[in-house]
Design a protein around this ligand. Sequence first.
Ligand SMILES: NC(=O)CC[C@H](N)C(=O)O
Length: 361
Amino acid sequence: MENAKSVKLILEDGTEIQGQSFGAFTSAAGEVVFSTAMTGYPENLTDPSFAGQILVLTYPMVGNYGVPGEELYESISKIFESDKIHIAGLVVNYYSEEHSHWNAAKSLGDWLKEYNIPGIFGVDTRMLTKILREKGAMLGKIVAEEDVELHDPNQDNLVAQVSPTQVKHYGNGQHKIVLVDCGTKTNIIRCFLQRDVELIRVPWDYDFTKIDYDGLFLSNGPGDPKMCTATIGHLQTALGQDKPIFGICLGSQLMGLAAGGDTFKLKYGHRSHNQPVKLTGTQRSYITSQNHGFAVDTDTLPAEWTMLFENLNDGTCEGIKHKTKPFFSTQFHPEAAGGPEDTEYLFDDFLKAVAEHKAAK
Ligand SMILES: NC(=O)CC[C@H](N)C(=O)O
């Protein structure tokens, strides 16, 4: 891009990288994390799990397929994972303002401008990723004209910032599922609506134990799961019953915490579309889409819980399950947009558990 203004990326360890501005010419602070996914920036940027984060993309050319226009499916976005950009800033190597794709409606830079989010290009993002892998995810800032303070988003209750304040209903299928929205990706809603469900989407701190549901679902979401004390409290009540429960990503961490286990922060997290996980007790592995910085500490799980999936790169917990009750979770994203769809069958497993539980009543 010609005539782009200079901006800097500054990390908390003092690393300073000069680059050029695209998107909004403004400063922003956050936690600097990297993703090695090769595509999917429209989905990543709108995933509420990224709230407060400055996202570094290792794929070297970004923007060349543009950004799709908004289309709706059952009153939710057909493509995006929410109705706005959630990242704090974007760091890329080569930015392509020119774009070409059958459904492109605008450039990535124009889209970032609409939401006042800064981007920086001309950064060797693979070198930067080596720093983040060695030292761990760090605080950082993109500095345009005005300087800003470093800020740790994990100290904030980000879930309260991205969760809706109203209850919403979707679909009229036979299984009544409560979706606790801690920052849900819309593809989770789409996955449910393609199945036989009536979905009740409730805020993160809503007392869902008052609803006579058939199954409970806990969504993904941003920040430290320990901030969600209200959700954990309601979940503990639900764990005292037998109705099926399924959690994804933050939802998995909340299940671990409500069960009495602990969570911890990974050194630099898992963000990509090719994370291998193994189903415990089998030799079967799946390629999964992931975006998390925290994980359940398997060693802290109570005796009636066990690890359901294990990450084959670093051995960390990628899901848990109760040994006798129909409660299970994944740390990865089985609904995966973008990314591999190998594990979407888990939605069917959950609804099968719901149907069986209803039949046994
Ligand atoms: N995608 C998610 O739900 C992320 C969960 C949590 N915020 C983490 O970073 O681990």
